[in-house]
Design a protein around this ligand. Structure first.
Ligand code: IMP
Length: 176
């Protein structure tokens, strides 16, 4: 049991089991993209730890881009405008793999996929460490999933609770 800010969390996925699963995911990506050059697009902040460990096991010729998704209120009455900040790599005609920490409702991933597709990539797949199928209501489920988990809040290994807990090497689940 650990405490992050005002909430208590219980051990959920151990550091060892996360590393083991990531090695398997990397093996699958290495096999699927054999002989191809890949651009990995890492979604900050949450995916920083997952990306670091996953990419150590990638043996493909690759570029790695680090981006943030921002949503701001535009001047038009049409509501919120979404953009990807920091994408300096040219992804036109590239095979792209998005590296994300968690796909929950899928709303964020739908926005990311829409923007990256508009940049003309050749192919686009999603690698997400965690997936919450019961919360998912999007168009783009991950192609590579580390762990499908129940619809409960988790923290650690890059995932935060109000910006805290990202540094934990394991994943913890909110107690009821
Ligand atoms: P979405 O609901 O799929 O759009 O998820 C949006 C974002 O919410 C994810 O990229 C995470 O940063 C965050 N998120 C969703 N579920 C959790 C969780 O259980 N713990 C920490 N962050 C989460």
């Amino acid at each position: 049991m650990i405490q992050v800010l005002d909430k208590r969390f219980t051990a959920f996925l151990s550091a060892g089991s996360i590393q083991e699963r990531i090695r398997e995911m990397a093996g699958q990506i290495n096999a699927d993209y054999k002989g191809k050059e890949v651009t990995f697009v890492v979604i900050l902040n949450g995916a920083f730890m997952f990306a670091g460990d996953l990419l150590k096991h990638i043996q493909l010729d690759c570029e790695i881009a680090f981006v943030k998704v921002s949503s701001y209120k535009g001047t038009e009455s049409s509501g919120r405008v979404d953009e990807i900040i920091g994408l300096t790599n040219d992804i036109a005609d590239r095979d792209v793999v998005i590296v994300e920490d968690i796909v929950d409702t899928g709303i964020t991933m739908d926005k990311i996929v829409k923007i990256l597709n508009a940049n003309g990539c050749r192919s686009l797949q999603i690698a997400s460490l965690l997936f919450k199928p019961d919360a998912f209501n999007g168009k783009n489920p991950p192609h590579y999933t580390g762990f499908s988990i129940e619809n409960k809040f988790v923290v650690g290994y890059g995932l935060d609770y109000n910006e805290h807990g990202r540094n934990l090497d394991a994943i913890y689940q909110l107690t009821d």
